[in-house]
Design a protein around this ligand. Sequence first.
Ligand code: HAM
Length: 421
Amino acid sequence: MAKTIQAIRGMNDILPGQSPAWQYVEGVIRKVAAQYSYQEIRMPVLESTELFKRSIGEVTDIVEKEMYTFDDRNGDSLTLRPEGTASCVRAGNEHGLLYNQTPRLWYMGPMFRHERPQKGRYRQFHQFGIEAFGMDGPEIDAEVILLSARLWQEFGIAEQLELQINSLASNEARGRYRDALRDYLRQHEEALDEDSKRRLDSNVLRILDSKSPETQALLVDAPRLSDYWDEESRAHFEGLTERLAAAGVKCVLNEKLVRGLDYYNRTVFEWVTTELGAQGTVCAGGRYDGLVEQLGGKATPAVGFAMGIERLVLLLESQDRIPSVTAVDLYLMAGDERAELKLPAVAEKVRDKHPGLKVMLHSGTQNLKKKLMKADKSGATYALIVDCDVNGRLEYQYKHLRKRDEDKNFTDLAELAGLLD
Ligand code: HAM
């Protein structure tokens, strides 16, 4: 036998048994995005490598070691998108969507990062992201956070998620803080873990994220970012937290929240759960007022977030929050050979009259007992057996195979009996 070929490590098939959960999640997301008047944008999965280097930052984990980058046949360096914000800004600039306009956009699709796969962390994963451009007040930060909070409400998982929030302040203020933090950590350099030593020069803020207990112990007495906030960023932060409080959304200040992408300023936030082990960040984002200009557009403030759909599905599963759906409502079979010929026509008639019904047609010429066994295996709620009487007229016989969910398309047998009237 020929050797079978396997999927690439960290890249998953979403199998038929899982796709109803995904369709449910995607449906709720589309509905909520529309409730906030956000419009969908679809970007290519491949972009020029330069785009991600210039936006995410050269010395970030993503750009340094996680991108799927290759030269195409023309020798151009291309990268499978590791996230959607950079592509969204690129598209916005390219098509003039951002100029004197305030588009509110959303996207959904696969992203690629060469990380070590584990539960909740994959090499191909999916994000739902939103990006709002051209508005610099805290009300739009509040809006994107409230949109995410509404999703948790809709999914029934609000209790499982905590909103952590911070301000990275202005570039100048953050620069002053960076110097102060570096000065402090230099005095204790020998106690730092290897990664943090390396980051001292290249990306000192990421040391705040270090997993090393020794480094974390050092950080207890380190300078605090909020002591370096500029007045405008402080006012922006307070404007945001007041609006969230007024809307009944709780948040906690996490001064060590700095995010792994370089484009952020002011507001950053993450929705975190303790239900998923190490990969507990379900949704993350913030403000990136400099990025549009940095990528060649006119200076345009922006804010957005992305959530990991795999993590969201895992969380929903862990909380038993995925509504069950029946794969088949009605399984159609012929009782005799003459009815066999008319069966596809009967099925079409049923589909015409009841477009919401999931109809499965039996294929093959087994005896009736075997057909009924197949019907049962399909998970169908009803089996419909079609026979021909001596005059060639069709006769129908129903079998109720299992109890169905309340939200099915027909409510009782009487209604089902009327299917073909
Ligand atoms: P991010 O924090 O890199 O931000 O990713 C956002 C979310 O995507 C994470 O919180 C997580 O749920 C999910 N995610 C990331 N990497 C993986 C992975 N390897 N496997 C599974 N899920 C993953 C961004 O991507 C920014 N573009 C967010 C943003 C939009 N900021 C402003 N606008």
